[in-house]
Design a binder for this molecule. Sequence first.
Ligand code: FAD
Ligand code: DHB
Length: 391
Amino acid sequence: MRTTVGIIGGGPAGLLLARLLHRAGLDCVVLESRERRYVEARQRAGILEQGTVDVLRECGAGARMDREGLLHRGIELRFEGRAHRIDFPALADGRSVMVYAQTEVVKDLVALQLADGPPLLFGAEVLTVEDPDSATPTVRFRHEGREQTLSCDFVAGCDGFHGVARGAIPAERTAVFERDYPYSWLGVLADVPPSCEELIYARHRRGFALHSMRSPQVSRLYLQVPAGTDPAGWSDERIWDELATRFAVDGDWALERGPITAKSVTPMRAYVQEPMRHGRLFLAGDAAHIVPPTGAKGLNLAVTDVVTLARALTLHHETGSTELLDSYSETCLRRVWQAERFSAFMTDTLHPHPDRTPFEERLRLAQLERIAASPAASAELAENYVGLPLS
Ligand code: FAD
Ligand code: DHB
């Protein structure tokens, strides 16, 4: 098989890249190791920045999102029993975010791709990327029990944190920056209407909690737990009790309970591999970087990477210029590090930890007090949360 751009991974990064390239007239093939049902059901992110919403609309994948997505103009911070609202449009130049689950974005992109897009192979596991720094890199993969090769002009490694593309770059050509956190998130889905209109990020001395949602009928909730926690050790009743304790606020607010339909633990880590390019292999999304989820940036970064890559490949296709391909890694990494900074800040400020001294914990509370008291400090949070402009 031969194509212009071989795309490894059919997550949000790979699927959106395929859509953007198809619309620009470039041919590509997407190889996804899992089956369609699995990819469409994987519970992950829920917040789309305004820029992500705009890109999905522009490439024809916005119709259901516009019908079913929930526009959110703010979030609530809770700490020390008090609630403080961050008003996005007022603080961030009229911008806001959309609550629309990653599962739904993936379903919409898969449907478009299967209807009129370039080939998308499920159950196609990429084994290696060969000769990434030559003029004709090759992707070796296994599909329907047979090993096959895909010859490409370019390869996009969109295969997430556990993929193989990153490993095709020689170690001596890369720098890795990483941080592991001593806590994880226990995430649950519950068949109960959200107890809030906007997301609640709560800091409590027992740990962080986040109240999000998937629809007017389904709530998505997270609890800070120690790294290595087994979700089986958390009964539904224990989860609801702990959430109610951590969200408690002065006044008559109450957390509604309902049947929990999914439960999982997500490790918290930060990771960046530089550069994001080696020869004709380009990394995008989680294949190149991971952020802890507190800033809701992971999915949005994957989107801005592939928008940048699609522009660069399109310019090359139309004019032969390698200018944007040459600046791809640098352009993406500038934004990636801003997202790493914001995600580390949100994570560090909102999660208490016993390894810190009481003095250090007080500094975090003082930081939250400052955000609550100062429009300038709130604006810094709001601008980053809704997403920095694409450079
Ligand atoms: P992925 O979504 O990981 O997609 C990569 C794809 O490549 C997958 O479909 C995988 O099956 C495929 N693949 C892997 N190896 C191969 C191979 N060898 N051959 C072919 N295909 C391969 N972000 C937030 O903002 N908020 C959250 O709450 C949040 N929760 C998360 C929970 C979990 C458990 C994880 C892992 C991530 C979470 N994220 C969250 C991050 C966000 O979901 C990711 O940033 C986003 O999925 C990145 O998209 P991607 O396409 O780069 O990678
Ligand atoms: C969700 C996840 C996040 O990491 C976040 O910061 C906000 C919302 C969610 O899954 O809805």
